[in-house]
Design a protein around this ligand. Structure first.
Ligand code: BV8
Ligand code: ZN
Length: 232
């Protein structure tokens, strides 16, 4: 991958970029959390059936994220963002805040964030980090008394701000995808859109993704092995 001063870089990251910071990927642990499949816990049905379980799931992941540190791959992306300015856009599927803590600012969390909650009725945001600690009683909105939920996009829900994502993808000349298995849509479909627009597509990860046939380049290696030299 070679970037020219005219290039617009669109980066998509997944759980793999946080793996070397010690955060479990979805597939690495066989997609299991305490014996549950993530697809079973990260759903509106699980929230309706057992909100305490879902809160506990996110409380644990939030605690893990708080004690993790950004790695050289997160830092390399923040550095290239500084050089490219508004010719850079980072869309992450991750709900941790390691990109922000590495310095990324032009970033969008398409699947929400561990550090946000919102009211299930009036959508009032609750940025309070303490909300995710295992609540003895599930918090209620102080405005309309409805239950507060994690600001996370669950399976079956619509990812956040898809219009902006597609607009940014439209302007891109290079799509760099890092550390994602390509198993979940619509994120796994971005590379197919890129192909239709003749955008140069690059994948970085230690194993080939499920949508490997769609990439112009596959750079096998971990995010910290590949990104710092790739984006120098
Ligand atoms: C939607 C937040 C409509 C939750 C997540 C049947 C067929 C096709 C699609 C569907 C279907 N049935 C249902 C669907 C749709 C569904 C879907 O795709 N399901 C899958 C399971 C088949 N999608 C949805 O429901 C989405 N919504 O479709 O709405 C719509 C569509 C378009 C426009 C408008 C409306 C919503 C999905 C969001 C779910 N929420 N996350 C939470 O975090 O708790 S998904 C979650 O899993 C991630 O965010 C990510 O998106 C996904 C996969 O995770 P990855 O990041 O890829 O991680 P994974 O473990 O899988 O892979 C890790 C990779 O890292 C591996 O490749 C590994 O090799 C690599 N790696 C490991 N170590 C390293 C590394 N890479 C680099 N360095 C390393 N050191
Ligand atoms: Zn409310």
């Amino acid at each position: 991958m070679h970037l020219t001063p005219q290039d617009h870089l669109f980066v998509l990251t997944g759980a793999g970029i946080s793996a070397e910071s010690g955060l479990a990927t979805f597939r690495g642990s066989g997609g299991l959390w305490n014996g549950y499949r993530v697809e079973q816990v990260a759903t509106p049905e699980a929230w309706a059936a057992d909100p305490e379980l879902v809160w506990h799931f996110y409380s644990q992941r939030r605690r893990n994220a708080v004690s993790a540190d950004p790695n050289a791959a997160h830092l390399a992306l923040a550095k290239i963002e500084e050089q490219l300015g508004d010719r850079f856009y980072l869309c992450t599927q991750n709900v941790d805040d390691l990109h922000e803590r590495a310095g990324s600012a032009r970033i969008h969390h398409m699947h929400g964030s561990l550090f946000q909650s919102r009211c299930t009725r009036c959508n009032q945001p609750f940025p309070d980090k303490a909300l995710y600690e295992t609540a003895a009683t599930l918090p209620l909105c102080d405005r309309c008394r409805a239950p507060v939920r994690p600001h996370i996009v669950w399976f079956g829900e619509i990812p956040l701000d898809m219009d902006t994502i597609y607009r940014k993808l439209d302007r891109a000349t290079v799509l760099l995808v890092v550390g994602t298995s390509g198993s979940v849509y619509p994120a796994a479909g971005f590379v197919h859109i890129a192909n239709q627009r003749r955008i140069h597509t690059v994948y970085v990860g230690p194993e080939e993704p499920l949508n490997r046939e769609a990439f112009d380049e596959i750079l096998l290696g971990t995010a910290t092995e590949v990104l710092p030299s790739l984006l120098r």
